[in-house]
Design a binder for this molecule. Structure first.
Ligand code: TYC
Length: 101
């Protein structure tokens, strides 16, 4: 029996894209002590004292500093945890996220 099935003329392309990364951003504020910001950066982002101090000072001087990049879920979870760490101590410490270009 002759086959009537037409051969596909196009080949399905498997397109695998890397997930977009998201930045965790530390926002400056007047009321959170510097040492507390450094402590949170060390605890939540595994930074050394030196790295954490540099990030804190950059946010303090410029208003914001990129802490690290992660997949969206991880970035959001870390930003929330770090922000909550401040809130539990009564500090208005703020971490936000934004997609990388
Ligand atoms: N600006 C704060 C102060 O002078 C310290 C600080 C730095 C707070 C960075 C938040 O993201 C921040 N005590």
């Amino acid at each position: 029996m002759p086959s009537t099935a037409a051969k596909p003329r196009t080949k399905a392309k498997t397109k695998v894209e890397r997930p977009r990364l998201h930045k965790v951003i530390l926002v400056n504020g007047d009321f959170t002590p510097r040492e507390f910001v450094v402590m949170v950066l060390k605890a939540e982002f595994g930074m050394t004292e030196d790295q954490a101090h540099k990030v804190m000072i950059t946010a303090h001087q410029r208003g914001v500093c990129v802490v690290a990049v992660f997949t969206r879920d991880v970035a959001e979870t870390k930003a929330t945890r770090a922000t909550d760490a401040g809130r539990t101590q009564g500090y208005p410490l703020l971490f936000t996220t934004e997609p990388e270009e």
